[in-house]
Design a binder for this molecule. Structure first.
Ligand SMILES: Nc1ncnc2c1ncn2[C@@H]1O[C@H](COP(=O)(O)OP(=O)(O)OP(=O)(O)O)[C@@H](O)[C@H]1O
Ligand code: SF4
Ligand SMILES: [Mg+2]
Length: 372
């Protein structure tokens, strides 16, 4: 890899592009488990991420969804190279960065930023907001026109905070405001890709909507690509042009937003979509098909053979235990909609009811959109 990376041109306000900014193939992360006494040796591995393919186009937002422990954060940390992959390939802007060393990664460190779930622990309580947002510029030796402080004040304004609060400390802000500070810090280096790991799940429902709206504004107006990690399909639906569904370390279904929400084929995606929280209950919701997944997610130390979802799948047959279903475009799927299942659900002929995934966050999002 060369030390100087040249990026493809950014997209305009539409934000989508078929040009891949991030391309991940066969990405794998197995965390070794050591045991034995007195000599410790490897006795197993947590198969956190296994053979994942994923692309994020220039300016595109891709949602990564699945239950707790399915490997979403590990995937995010692998693509930002905070973790070293066990296998596979990560390409960024056409450059193989899979095992790039620190020095080789330096030019792209500023282009790929992360926003974390917890706005409390991700900000240093002893630093002022100005110092927190300014520090990525200092570390990377970036001197914007007009100076760093001016840039920080502009960023504060951009994320909806008062530029006069430059000298305040994180504890003086609410959770939603702190997450805005996290967004401003991520934007300080004009990134091309932001990996947002559950950026709103620690926030109050009404505040979630505001932060998602802010991120959407950033994505659309600045043409920044997003890998938006969430366990909640509702929030991702509002934000992402494409969605990938993960189960036990694998992507089991991926496609454009409408295909995933209106014509899901994988039983697990059906189950996620049918999980309507109590608050959305109404007469109509009562009549909808509800799928309650039996049992817990199996351990990623010894995942089931064949299809990893088979121990909870109501359609499982013998073949599911012996043959792993490939992630492919099955008959009836639109272009780019891939499903890993031997016995997929029939494609629905009518569009899925918009409200089927309504949950408190989405409701708040829709309410706030109506007010605007
Ligand atoms: N450093 C580590 N060492 C060992 N196992 C790990 C490590 N980090 C993650 N894991 C395991 O890898 C699996 C995937 O974890 P990960 O944090 O990626 O899941 P997640 O989908 O982000 O879950 P959540 O929704 O709870 O954040 C889990 O079983 C987790 O316990
Ligand atoms: S491959 Fe078999 S077990 Fe897996 S999701 Fe499809 S039907 Fe269910
Ligand atoms: Mg996580």
């Amino acid at each position: 890899m060369s030390d100087n990376l040249t990026l493809p041109a950014q997209q305009g306000s539409t934000g989508t592009s078929t040009e891949a900014l991030l391309k991940v193939e066969g990405l794998t992360k197995h965390f070794p488990i050591y045991g034995g006494f007195p000599i410790k040796r490897k006795v197993g591995a947590v198969q956190a991420v296994d053979n994942v393919d994923l692309t994020v186009g220039v300016g595109e937002s891709v949602g990564l969804v699945g239950e707790s422990g399915c490997g979403k954060s590990t995937t995010g940390r692998l693509v930002t190279r905070l973790l070293e992959p066990t296998g596979g390939r990560i390409e960024y802007a056409g450059h193989d960065i899979t095992h790039a060393k620190r020095k080789q990664l330096a030019p792209i460190r500023s282009e790929i930023q992360m926003i974390f779930q917890d706005p409390y622990s991700s900000l240093n309580p002893r630093q002022t907001v100005g110092t927190i947002i300014k520090s990525p510029m200092e570390v990377n030796g970036i001197n914007p026109a007009g100076g760093r402080e001016k840039k920080v004040r502009e960023l504060l304004e951009l994320v909806g905070l008062n530029p006069e609060h430059y000298n305040r400390f994180p504890h003086e802000f609410s959770g939603g405001q702190r997450q805005r500070i996290g967004v401003a810090r991520a934007l300080a280096l004009n990134p091309k890709l932001i990996v947002a790991d559950e950026p709103v799940s620690a926030l109050d429902v009404s505040i979630q909507a505001q932060v998602v709206n802010l991120l959407q504004k950033v994505q659309e107006e600045m043409g920044i690509a997003f890998l938006f990690i969430a366990h909640d399909l509702a929030v991702v639906r509002h934000f992402s042009q494409r969605v990938a569904v993960m189960y036990l370390g694998k992507v089991v279904e991926v496609g454009d937003r409408d295909s995933i929400y209106n014509r899901p084929r994988h039983p697990y995606t059906h189950a996620l979509l049918s999980a309507v929280p109590e608050v959305a209950m109404d007469d109509e919701a009562e009549n909808r098909e509800r799928i309650r997944l039996a049992g817990d997610v199996p351990s990623p130390i010894s995942p089931p053979s064949g299809c990893r979802f088979r121990t909870r799948c109501w359609k499982a047959q013998d073949k599911c235990a012996t043959e792993e279903p490939p992630l492919v475009q099955i008959s009836g799927n639109r272009d780019g909609h891939l499903t890993a299942c031997h016995f997929p659900e029939e494609p629905t002929t009518e569009a899925r009811d918009e409200d089927v995934v309504l949950d408190p966050a989405l409701k708040a999002l829709e309410d706030s959109a109506e007010k605007e």
